[in-house]
Design a protein around this ligand. Structure first.
Ligand code: PLP
Length: 520
C-alpha cells in the first residue's frame, strides 16, 4: 500500500490559524471603513451604476485576481451597491445590522450544515426554540413552530406544499407518493392580483400549471377584496375544483399594501381552507406596538412566511416558515434517506432536513440568536418603526411638492410616486409615453443621481419606487433625492420632445384637486 503523502505546505498555509487571524482583522478593518464611509455618504453615489459590460470588462482586466484576497475585498466593497448608505432606497434587502455580519463569519467557519442533528446541534436546537418564540410574537398560538430556509420564494413553496399535503390527508390520499395525480379534482390557490409572483411559481412548480393560481381582485389601495374572495371560492367549487389555500399578502411587493387578514381568515374558516400569510416583507409589523394593527388576523393563519433579510436587519437569505401547529411543519416532506435518518415519518424536530427543502443549509438560526443576545427582539420594533416612519415622511414630502403624485398613501416603508403628467404637460400624452418619461427619468437618476431608487408598474402606469430599508436615512436625504429627480425632469422632457409648458387650465384643475384633498 502506498504511504500517505504528507500534507502539502500550500494546505498547511491555507489552514494556518495565525494567517486566519490576520485575514479576519483585515476584513473587519475594511468593513468598518466601508460602514463609516457609507454612513458619511462619502461616495458620489450609493450605487456606482456601471453597465453590465463595463463591470465585466473591469473584472476581465482586474489584477486583484493575482494579488490575493485583500485587493479582491477592496474592489468588491468599492464596486457594490451600498445598502448602508442612507441614500440607498431601492430593493427590499436589509442594510444588515453589522453585528449579524460578524456572526456570519463565525458560522461560515463552523459550517455546521444541519439537515441532521449531529451536523449542527446548537443551531438545530436554537432554530426550534426561536421559531416558536418568534411565531408567538407574530401572533400565532402557543404550540406554534417552524423552520428557517433560504428565501421567501422557497418558504412560500414549502408552506403551500404543507397545505397541499393537508388537503390530501383530509381526503385520505397519498400525495407524497402519487403527486398531483392523487387528487380527483384540480387544486388552486387564491391570492391577490398584486401578490408576489413566487405564489404562482410555487403552484406551477407543484404541477398545477397556470390555472393553479386564481387572482382575487384588489381595491384602489391594492388590498384583496374579501367580497371577491368569497365569490371566487364559490366559483372554484362550482367548477368542481378544490382550494388548496388562500394566501394573504402582508404586504405586497410593489406598493406595500396589507391585505385585510381578518376578512381572509374568516372566509377560510367558513370553508375550511388553509390560510397562509406571505409576510415576507411586512409581517415584521407584528413586532411593533405602533404597526401591529396592519397584520390583525395573522393569529388565525395556518402558516406564515417572514424574510428576516428584508425588514429585520439579517443578511440574505434567512426566511422563517411558521406553522400554527408545530407538528404541521412535517407535512411537506416524507423523504426516505437511509444515510441521514432511520424513519422518514418520525417527527424528530432536531433533524431539520425532514422539514426543509434544502438538505444542507447554513446556520441561519445563529444569526437570529446573536441578534437576540446582543440587542433583544426590541431592535426589530425599532427597525420597523423607523423604516415605516420614513415611508410616511417621504409621502408627506411628495404630497407637499407641486408637480408630483403618490400612487397611494403608504402603509409600510414602500412608496411609489412619479411626476404628475397632469401638472407637467399642456399636450395630452398617451400613458405609455409618460411611462417612458418616468423610465428615462429613473435611468438618468441612476447614472447622474446620488442614490438608488427603483421602479415598478401597476394600473398601466410606471412609478418610481422607494423602499426605505436604511434606518439611518434622514429627511434631508429624502428631500435631496426628490430635488435630484426634479432637476433632471426638464431635460428628460426635452430630450423626449415632450412639451412641458405649464397649461393654466390644468394647473387650476390640479390646484382645485389639492384643495379638495386637503378638506377631506
Ligand atoms: C411579498 C413577497 N413575497 C415573497 C418574496 C420573495 O422573497 P425572496 O426574494 O426572499 O425569495 C418577496 C420579495 O420581494 C416579497 O416581497
Amino acid at each position: 500500500m502506498p504511504a500517505l503523502p504528507p500534507v502539502s505546505d500550500a494546505l498547511k498555509r491555507a489552514f494556518d490559524p495565525a494567517r486566519f487571524a490576520e485575514a479576519a482583522a483585515e476584513a473587519s478593518e475594511a468593513l468598518s471603513g466601508h460602514l463609516e464611509r457609507a454612513q458619511r455618504k462619502h461616495a458620489t453615489s450609493s450605487y456606482p451604476a456601471p453597465s453590465p459590460e463595463q463591470e465585466r470588462a473591469h473584472w476581465q482586466n482586474e489584477t486583484s485576481w493575482m494579488t490575493g484576497r485583500k485587493g479582491m475585498h477592496d474592489q468588491v466593497i468599492a464596486r457594490s451597491n451600498h445598502l448602508h448608505d442612507p441614500r440607498y432606497m431601492g430593493h427590499q434587502v436589509s442594510a444588515v445590522l453589522p453585528e449579524a455580519a460578524t456572526t456570519g463569519m463565525v458560522t461560515d467557519m463552523l459550517n455546521n450544515g444541519q439537515a441532521i442533528y449531529e451536523m449542527g446541534p446548537s443551531n438545530a436546537a436554537q432554530e426550534d426554540l426561536l421559531m416558536s418564540e418568534i411565531g408567538e410574537q407574530l401572533g400565532l398560538p402557543l404550540g406554534c413552530g417552524g423552520v428557517l430556509c433560504h428565501g421567501g420564494t422557497l418558504g412560500n413553496l414549502v408552506a403551500l406544499m404543507a397545505a397541499q399535503r393537508k388537503v390530501a390527508r383530509d381526503m385520505g390520499l397519498d400525495s407524497w407518493q402519487d403527486g398531483v395525480r392523487a387528487f380527483p379534482t384540480p387544486l388552486v390557490v387564491l391570492v391577490s392580483a398584486k401578490a408576489h409572483y413566487c405564489i404562482d411559481r410555487a403552484m406551477r412548480t407543484m404541477g398545477w400549471g397556470g390555472d393553479g393560481t386564481v387572482l382575487v381582485q384588489t381595491n384602489e389601495k391594492h388590498q384583496m377584496c374579501v367580497d371577491d374572495l368569497q365569490a371566487q371560492i364559490k366559483r372554484v367549487h362550482d367548477e368542481g375544483k378544490r382550494v388548496l389555500a388562500v394566501v394573504g399578502s402582508s404586504c405586497t411587493t410593489s406598493a406595500g399594501a396589507y391585505d385585510p387578514l381578518e376578512g381572509l381568515a374568516s372566509a377560510c374558516k367558513e370553508y375550511g381552507i388553509w390560510f397562509h400569510v406571505d409576510g415576507a416583507h411586512g409581517a415584521s409589523a407584528a413586532f411593533s406596538d405602533a404597526h401591529r394593527h396592519l397584520v390583525k388576523g395573522i393569529e388565525h393563519a395556518d402558516s406564515v412566511v417572514l424574510d428576516f433579510h428584508k425588514t429585520c436587519g439579517i443578511p440574505a437569505l434567512c426566511t422563517g416558515v411558521f406553522y400554527a401547529r408545530h407538528a404541521e411543519s412535517f407535512l411537506p416532506f416524507s423523504q426516505h434517506a437511509e444515510y441521514l435518518w432511520d424513519d422518514a415519518d418520525d417527527l424528530d424536530w432536531w433533524d431539520t432536513g425532514k422539514r426543509t427543502f434544502e438538505c444542507t443549509k447554513r446556520m441561519l438560526s445563529t444569526r437570529l440568536a446573536a441578534i437576540k443576545a446582543e440587542f433583544g427582539w426590541s431592535i426589530w420594533a425599532e427597525l420597523v418603526d423607523r423604516m415605516w416612519a420614513l415611508g410616511q415622511a417621504l409621502a408627506t414630502l411628495i404630497e407637499g411638492r407641486n408637480g408630483w403624485e403618490l400612487a397611494m398613501a403608504p402603509q409600510a416603508n414602500i412608496v411609489c410616486f412619479r411626476p404628475s403628467p397632469r401638472e407637467h404637460l399642456r399636450e395630452h400624452l398617451h400613458a405609455d409615453r409618460w411611462n417612458e418619461v418616468v423610465k428615462t427619468l429613473r435611468k438618468r437618476h441612476l447614472a447622474e443621481g446620488s442614490g438608488y431608487v427603483v421602479q415598478t408598474e401597476f394600473g398601466g402606469n410606471v412609478w418610481l419606487r422607494c423602499t426605505l430599508m436604511n434606518p439611518l436615512t434622514e429627511e434631508a436625504d429624502l428631500v435631496h433625492m426628490l430635488d435630484e429627480f426634479e432637476s433632471l425632469l426638464p431635460s428628460v422632457l426635452k430630450s423626449m420632445a415632450v412639451k412641458n409648458e405649464a397649461d393654466p387650465r390644468m394647473e387650476m384643475e390640479a390646484k382645485a384637486r389639492r384643495q379638495g384633498e386637503e378638506q377631506n
